[in-house]
Each structure stands twice: as structure tokens, then as C-alpha cells.
Design a protein around this ligand. Structure first.
Ligand code: ADP
Ligand code: G3P
Length: 494
């Protein structure tokens, strides 16, 4: 019976489970979307029970399908939307509130106060992050402050907190383990990425007690075993990483300088910087790419909050699309000179602007503007934002030669080509587009001894298609000029 690995990929809009064979080929897949909850302007929540239900149901479906095909699942890898915060009763692993999602802006005021008090330098120096509501610490502090009785309950040791990986592991192990991995910890603003420990001074700054935090393990480690009732026997959880770091592993960006960009709900560019912790001068993030054998490998990251989510808004919000995939044909219908610019700042702007107050805007519409132009402007906005990240990286002295892309959105050939044109860089799309799940499977496989090292993984990476830059420099500069004006106008309106 051939061995295989189950990857649980808990994303912002859906929970997915994928079983991979040891060649990295997909054996079974299951996916379920869940509710996005928007209780107020800039607030984004998920029901943690729905996250668990969709995660376990998809995992069981993929597991059963793979085993019915004659495979044996040897290990589980977990990857997850990062920063999203869950607080639960240790007894019974019961969430005490909806999960506060990474996109949530409710703590913008707290971040501003902490900046005014002069804490940003210490936070940035120790965590590689900025003071922004994106990261977990202020979300956890909000839960402790605003939910009745929660702080006292936490002080009594009754509550546990974690990112989604940590919550899923607690559920899968029947409450036995309260752990996370270094990549997820590195997104909290509480974890010192130099010492690889929770930092007392940061805990004080954010007003968070250490007793609610999980133990931090390597990305390849023993995270516990599932209770036997879930899959008919206990399965070890051996690999964990935040989804962007897992995609970095799944794209085999193991060399210093290797770079990938993932287009899901948001867009996240990560460049491997090896053992070097490279601070950005241009408001990019320094983060843990993976930690294996106690040794951290770092990455420089550019984070865009809205990418596929803007297409989702076109589909579900204003209903100009029936399916996300229809955006490709519509974008092709609009002329190059359509003149419409979208700033998709529905939840503020991430790197390099870090402006939580700005909101989305459409500029340049005429009576001739229709669905095609608005859809094209939306896809272009994702490419413009990626361009801004690469400009910031260039100012940090980084000039990649090729970009590996993945995520649900890059199934769109028009988008991938526009990306190559605007970045003036070849864009490579891999054969296995599920690189996030693949990365989690690889981490679990390494820990299980199913792979001997990175070279086994690198040998499996295959390109499906390269998008080569086309189009004139003048046109590109003109489009970028208009984009900068649109961003400035949206920020000034806010
Ligand atoms: N062909 C397409 N063109 C443009 N956007 C797409 C296409 N297919 C999917 N998307 C967008 O990609 C996102 C889904 O990608 P996925 O990687 O599954 O996201 P996540 O992991 O964040 O849930 C959705 O926001 C969807 O709107
Ligand atoms: O759900 P995704 O794939 O857009 O990823 C979310 C990120 O992890 C947030 O930092």
C-alpha cells in the first residue's frame, strides 16, 4: 500500500484537505467554503466552530477517498490563514468568541496609541513586523478587554489562545496539545524572531498574559496525534506552517533569493533570505520562512490584503460576475485604454503603505464604463499592488530574476500575463498549483522520514507555464503613473 500525506489547508475563504502521494501528486481533494462575518466597518470574523467543522469534514473526506484508492495516510501537515486569533476554553476546546480575522481593522486605534507611545521601534526590531491591526497581538488583547469575564478566566488558567493551526491541533488531539510552529508565532507580534521565544517586554506592551500562549515548536515536529475516533486510528501531525510560508516550501524556494507570490484572498510575496534576518528599510516584513532542526530560515515579505477578495466582491458583493473564473474573459473584452482604476482598499492598505484607514475606490469611470472595464481594473489593481511591493524590494537592494506564482487567482492567464508585463519579469506557474497544501505535506513528510531532505523536494518542482513580459515601457509607466495618483486620492479621501 503506497504511503501518502494528508494536508489540511485552512484558508480565509475555505477549508481544503488534499492528500498527496510521495511524488507530490494529488490523490484526493475536498473543499468547503464557510461564512465571512462583517459585524462593523473594517471588522472581519469567522465562526471558529465552522472552521473546525469544515476542516474535519474535508479532512475525513480526502482521507477516506485516498485510503479507498489503496493509499495509507502516514502523517498530517497543517497550514492555515495566519494571524487570525482564536481564544478557547481549555476544557472541551470551546471557542469563547468568533475568530478575529487577519483582515480585521478594529484595533487600528490601539496600534496608533502604541505608535504614539513610541513602541514601534522595539516591535519592529524584535518581531520584524510593524504596528498594524493585521497582526495577532492586538486581536488577542481586544478579546481579553472586550469580552465579559475573559481576562479573569484567562488569569485562572482556563483559557488558551492560538492562531488557526494551534486551534485545529487542540481539536484534533482532543485538547491534549496546545502548540504552534515558529512561522505562525512569528506573525503574532509577541514572538522575538531573534531569540525564537515569546518576549516578556512585548507581552507587557500588548497587555497579554503568557499563560494563554501555545508552546512554539519547529515547523517539522511532533505536534501530537489525532484522537482515534476522527480517522479510525491515530494519525501523527508532523508538519505545520502558516499558509504563505507553506507555499514557500511547496514552491521549493529553499535557496537564498528564491521568491514566490501567492494570490488567494490576499497576495503575499516571500523571498527566502536564508539564515540572515534582513530588516527592510521600506516597510516590508521580516518573518520566519520555516524552522527545522531548531534552525530558523528567514524571509522578507510583502503583504497585500485584498487580491482574490476583490474578485469575490465583484461576484458576491455587486454581482457583476457569476463565477470568479469569468473575470478572465471579461478583462480580455476591455480595451487597453479603458481608463478605470480601482484601489481595492476594502480593509485598508498593507505593504508598503500600511494605512488601516483608507477604503476602496474606483476612479475614471465614464458612461462607456461597463462590467468588462471594472473587472479589468480590479485584476490590474492586484498587479499594480504587486508592482509596488517589488519597487519596495528593489529599494531594499533586491532584484529577482523570476517570480514563482500560485494560489486560486493565478489560474487566470490574463492576470498572470499582466503581472509579467507590469513587473517586467518572467512569471512561472507550477504544475501543482496547490503549493500551500503541498508545502504542509512536505514538512510532515520530512519529519516522518519519507523524504531525506530538500533535494528530494526540489527534484519534484515542475513548471507548467512561463509568462514572458510583453508590452511597451511607455504604456507601463503611464498606467503606473495613474495608479499612484489613484492611491494618493483614495488615501487623501480617507
Ligand atoms: N480564475 C480566477 N480569476 C480571478 N480570481 C480568481 C479565479 N479563481 C479564483 N479566484 C479568486 O481566488 C481566491 C481563491 O483562491 P484561494 O487560493 O483558494 O484563496 P484562500 O486560500 O485565500 O481562501 C478567491 O478570492 C477568488 O475570488
Ligand atoms: O487565505 P490566504 O491564502 O489569502 O492567506 C492569508 C494570509 O495567511 C494572511 O496573512
Amino acid at each position: 500500500m503506497p504511503d501518502c500525506i494528508l494536508a489540511m489547508d485552512q484558508g480565509t475563504t475555505s477549508s481544503r484537505a488534499i492528500v498527496f502521494d510521495l511524488n507530490g501528486d494529488i490523490v484526493a481533494v475536498a473543499q468547503q467554503e464557510f461564512r465571512q462575518i462583517f459585524p462593523a466597518d473594517g471588522w472581519v470574523e469567522h465562526d471558529a466552530n465552522e472552521i473546525w467543522d469544515t476542516s474535519i469534514k474535508t479532512a475525513q473526506a480526502a482521507f477516506n477517498e485516498a485510503e479507498a484508492k489503496g493509499f495509507t495516510v502516514k502523517a498530517i501537515g497543517i497550514t492555515n490563514q495566519r494571524e487570525t486569533s482564536v481564544l478557547w476554553e481549555r476544557d472541551g476546546v470551546k471557542p469563547v468568541h468568533n475568530a478575529i480575522v487577519w483582515q480585521d481593522r478594529r484595533t487600528a486605534g490601539v496600534c496608533q496609541r502604541l505608535k504614539d507611545e513610541g513602541h514601534e521601534f522595539e516591535v519592529q526590531d524584535k518581531t520584524g513586523l510593524l504596528l498594524d491591526p493585521y497582526f495577532s497581538a492586538t486581536k488577542l488583547a481586544w478579546l481579553l478587554e472586550n469580552e465579559h469575564g475573559v481576562r479573569a478566566h484567562a488569569a485562572a488558567g482556563k483559557l488558551a489562545w492560538g492562531t488557526i493551526d494551534s486551534f485545529l491541533i487542540a481539536k484534533l488531539t482532543g485538547g491534549k496539545r496546545h502548540v504552534t510552529d515558529a512561522t505562525n508565532a512569528s506573525r503574532t507580534s509577541l514572538f522575538n524572531i531573534r531569540t525564537q521565544e515569546w518576549d516578556e517586554s512585548l507581552l507587557r506592551i500588548f497587555g497579554v498574559p503568557e499563560n494563554v500562549l501555545p508552546e512554539v515548536l519547529d515547523s517539522c515536529a511532533d505536534f501530537g496525534e489525532t484522537t482515534a475516533d476522527l480517522f479510525g486510528r491515530s494519525i501523527p501531525i508532523l508538519g505545520v506552517a502558516g499558509d504563505q510560508q507553506a507555499a514557500t516550501v511547496g514552491q521549493c524556494c529553499f535557496e537564498e533569493g528564491a521568491i514566490k507570490s501567492t494570490y488567494g484572498t490576499g497576495c503575499f510575496v516571500l523571498m527566502n533570505t536564508g539564515e540572515n534576518l534582513v530588516p527592510s528599510k521600506n516597510r516590508l516584513l521580516t518573518t520566519v520562512a520555516y524552522r527545522i532542526g531548531g534552525k530558523a530560515t528567514y524571509a522578507l515579505e510583502g503583504s497585500i490584503f485584498i487580491a482574490g477578495a476583490a474578485v469575490q466582491w465583484l461576484r458576491d458583493g455587486i454581482k457583476v460576475l457569476d463565477h470568479a473564473r469569468d473575470s478572465e474573459a471579461l478583462a480580455r473584452q476591455a480595451g487597453d485604454d479603458h481608463g478605470v482604476y480601482m484601489v481595492p482598499a476594502f480593509t485598508g492598505l498593507g505593504a508598503p503603505h500600511w494605512d488601516p484607514h483608507v477604503r476602496a475606490a474606483l476612479f475614471g469611470m465614464t458612461r462607456a464604463t461597463g462590467r468588462a472595464e471594472i473587472v479589468r481594473a480590479t485584476l490590474e489593481s492586484v498587479c499594480f499592488q504587486t508592482h509596488d511591493l517589488f519597487s519596495a524590494m528593489a529599494e531594499d537592494g533586491i532584484s529577482p530574476k523570476v517570480l514563482r506564482v500560485d494560489g486560486g487567482m493565478v489560474a487566470n492567464d490574463w492576470l498572470a500575463q499582466m503581472l509579467a508585463n507590469l513587473l517586467a519579469l518572467p512569471v512561472d506557474r507550477p504544475k501543482v498549483m496547490e503549493t500551500t497544501a503541498l508545502g504542509a505535506a512536505y514538512l510532515a513528510g520530512l519529519q516522518a522520514g519519507l523524504y531525506s531532505g530538500f533535494s528530494d523536494l526540489t527534484a519534484q518542482w515542475q513548471r507548467e507555464r512561463r509568462f514572458v513580459p510583453a508590452g511597451g515601457f511607455g504604456q507601463r509607466e503611464a498606467m503606473l503613473g495613474k495608479w499612484y495618483k489613484a492611491v494618493a486620492a483614495a488615501r487623501s479621501f480617507a
